[in-house]
Write a protein that binds this ligand. Structure first.
Ligand code: ATP
Ligand code: SF4
Ligand code: MG
Length: 324
């Protein structure tokens, strides 16, 4: 495995008490693979990603347990300067909001060139050429001319391409994209997603794609990790999940995807709301919303059971779920 997150725990101390934002997340991604991370708002997807990248503000956050193994090394044990070296050169992150991540007073070409002059000691002239190459690579038309423009002169989709170019600059082994297309129009979303998938294949990077959009998952992901209330509730190859989910929450999520062939039929969304993370229900955190809940679910928290060597489910009754 290129990256393996094992039983990660992150807390926030709030006025209401301790919020267990990440309460036992485990997932992994290999080189050349895409892992899609799914789950409702507040389930801990971004906090987990920030802990992996080492950009979580501590405080207010506290990492209270687990491991983040990257190429076999636990990143949580590295000193800040070692950590900084890994970040950028070996792993990079793409955020939802490109405009606030780019420097408004530097031309796009200069920002890209800086990646090479600062991190690689490349000459300015060479760095400029590399910047234009990168803009070509993320398919920005007329890259040479546009390198002299500022971020606000680009459309949302083009800005997101620039973010992707920044992330690719140092040829990292892993890219984490946190809802990279949420702020874009639907057609532009598809283009940016295709580009990411293509580059991932070309460069044999690992990609962690955090998304709400189950539609894209089937097309681009190899594996899925489903999160609920700060935990991984199902982790599996994408085809297995689509064929038959091994967790009732995954089943509910899948049933919520609008499908063209089912037009007009009522969509089943998971009923109810996610729990308050300072007061997570005992037992299985999903039990108040679970159509299959039984007495044991209200008292005993399910571990991530091994469904197969490549698949896990945190449901006591995963066998029944699997059999539909
Ligand atoms: N700075 C903070 N202070 C206190 N709590 C926080 C802070 N940042 C995050 N949290 C808590 O961590 C939980 C998980 O947040 P996170 O951003 O990871 O959710 P998410 O799954 O990425 O959701 P979304 O889909 O909306 O982006 C949130 O419910 C929130 O309560
Ligand atoms: S453990 Fe029980 S409540 Fe939790 S998902 Fe499984 S059946 Fe539902
Ligand atoms: Mg998020």
């Amino acid at each position: 495995m290129l990256l393996e997150v094992r039983d990660l725990h992150v807390e926030f101390h709030t006025r209401d008490g301790v919020a267990k934002a990440v309460d036992g997340v485990s997932y992994g991604v290999d080189a050349g693979e895409t892992l899609a991370v799914l789950g409702e708002s507040g389930s801990g997807k971004s906090v987990t990603a920030q802990a992996v990248m080492g950009i979580l503000d501590t405080p207010p956050a506290r990492i209270t347990g687990g491991e983040v193994l990257f190429r076999g090394r636990d990143l949580l044990k590295l000193k800040e300067d070692e950590r900084r070296r890994v970040r950028g050169a070996e792993m990079a992150m793409i955020f939802q909001d490109a405009l606030s991540s780019l420097n408004p007073v530097l031309t796009v070409g200069d920002q890209l060139a800086e990646m090479f002059t600062v991190h690689r000691g490349t000459s300015r002239k060479e760095a400029r050429a590399r910047a234009v190459e990168l803009m070509d690579r993320v398919r920005i038309p007329a890259a040479r001319e546009r390198a002299g423009q500022y971020p606000h002169q680009f459309s949302g989709g083009m800005r997101q391409r620039i973010m992707i170019a920044m992330a690719l600059a140092l040829e990292p082994a892993l890219i984490i994209a946190d809802e990279p297309t949420t702020a874009l129009d639907v057609t532009v979303q598809a283009q940016v997603m295709e580009l990411l998938a293509e580059l991932r294949r070309e460069l044999r990077m690992g990609l962690i794609l955090i998304t709400h959009d189950l539609g894209v998952v089937a097309d681009v992901a190899d594996r899925i990790a489903v999160m609920y209330a700060g935990r991984t509730v199902e982790s599996a190859p994408v085809h297995d999940v689509y064929k038959s989910p091994a967790h009732p929450y995954t089943r509910g999520l899948l049933a919520s995807v609008p499908r063209l062939d089912l037009k007009g039929r009522e969509l089943y969304a998971v009923e109810g709301l996610p729990p308050n993370l300072t007061h997570v229900p005992p037992g299985c955190a999903f039990h108040p919303r679970c159509p299959s809940a039984r007495d044991v679910c209200r008292t005993d928290a399910p571990p991530l059971y091994e469904v197969s060597p490549t698949r896990g489910s945190a449901c006591h009754f995963w066998r029944e779920c699997l059999n539909g």
